[in-house]
Design a protein around this ligand. Structure first.
Ligand code: TYM
Length: 336
């Protein structure tokens, strides 16, 4: 049976890239699939997280999912550390994945930078935990932003090698769902860098907690060029900042890029940014408002996460038993 799994790290500063690349697409999938949406707190701690803030950040991520359209009555919404199977299966996958595969991960290279010897071991094996997240539920479809494509290819490689090594079709081969007009949202200050939670300057991103004035100010100060908007998308080649703003507009207005350019061709960025601010505020303020409302009631969020963890654990149990049995680990299926 098809099953959707996706997640985001509760590392603070949920932003427009997370929203357009991921959360915004999650709600629709609930009509056609069984969906699990997970707040991946074990992934977040691969880099230092302030213990006094991690719980609040976890609730904030859950609130962002719901505000963007995840329905806790229809989807399973939970935080990763509550279901022990994620960590268990990731260990088994550490024994399936090859060091050479992990050495090719561009996200690790970017995050570690020159500091390769000093980052946590967890950061290095981040992708095997991600594979475990999905395959613990035999997930088949994974809606993510473009930057996760390589991690999903690794997930496919792990499933394939596991099935091959043990001679059984235990795991499905996952299919990435990378949709929308803004699958890779860039920094507002530098069109060659991805919009990111960890970028020190807040002016580079729109946070999902920003109010209307802040959104307006950030877009007005966003870097662009002096040319007017082109008639067709190829006129945005070599204009990374301009392309980014057009993609953001298209995604927020739910229009194809061609139609946005049809509307604004020949106009300058001053006019375009005014329209962009209007669309962004109109689209995001209900999301922001709903997030704030939900975060004002942590007990309700905790109850939602409790129930989600219970349902997720029930789905994970038979899969983990099957995996242990396949590997030959004694006592698969016995509890306690
Ligand atoms: P995270 O928290 O870094 O990102 C969460 C989601 O947001 C997308 N995203 C973006 N999309 C477009 N433009 C951007 N600038 C941008 N920045 C982030 C990401 O692609 C992602 O979909 N490793 C995952 C979390 C994870 C996961 C999983 C996802 C852990 N286990 C299993 C799917 C399935 C991540 O990058 O989170």
């Amino acid at each position: 049976t098809p099953r959707v799994f996706s997640g985001a790290q509760p590392s603070g500063n949920m932003h427009l890239g997370n929203y357009l690349g991921a959360f915004k697409n999650w709600g629709k999938l609930q009509d056609d699939y069984e969906c699990l949406y997970c707040v991946v707190d074990l992934h977040a701690i691969t880099v230092w997280q302030d213990p006094a803030r991690l719980a609040a950040q976890t609730r904030e991520a859950a609130a962002a999912y719901i505000a963007a359209g995840v329905d806790p009555e229809r989807a399973i919404l939970f935080n990763q550390s509550r279901v022990a199977g994620h960590a268990e299966l990731s260990w088994m996958f550490n024994c399936v994945a090859r060091i050479g595969w992990l050495n090719r991960m561009t996200q690790f290279k970017d995050k570690a930078g020159k500091n390769r010897e000093k980052v946590s071991v967890g950061l290095y094996v981040y992708p095997t935990l991600m594979a475990a997240d999905i395959l613990l539920y035999k997930g088949t479809h994974v809606p993510v932003g473009e930057d996760q494509k390589q991690h999903l290819e690794l997930t496919q490689d792990i499933a394939q090698k596991f099935n091959h090594d043990f001679g059984r079709e235990v795991f499905p081969i996952v299919e990435p769902i990378i949709t929308g007009e803004a699958t890779r949202v860039m920094s507002l200050r530098d069109g060659t860098k991805k919009m990111s939670k960890s970028e020190p300057s807040d002016m580079t991103r729109i946070n999902l907690t920003d109010d209307a004035d802040t959104i307006a100010q950030k877009f007005r100060k966003a870097r662009t060029d002096a040319e007017p908007l082109p008639e067709t998308a190829d006129g945005l080649d070599d204009r990374a900042e301009a392309r980014n703003l057009v993609n953001i507009y298209a995604a927020l207005a739910d229009l194809p890029v061609a139609e946005v350019l049809g509307q604004f061709a020949g106009k300058g960025f001053k006019d375009f940014k005014d329209a962009l601010v209007d669309v962004a505020v109109a689209h995001l303020s209900p999301v922001t408002g709903e997030m704030a409302r939900l975060m004002g009631d942590p007990a309700t969020l905790d109850a939602i996460l409790d129930r989600g963890a219970e349902k997720a654990a029930a789905l994970a149990e038979p899969v983990l038993d099957e995996v242990k049995e396949t590997i030959g680990l004694l006592g698969a299926g016995r509890r306690g």
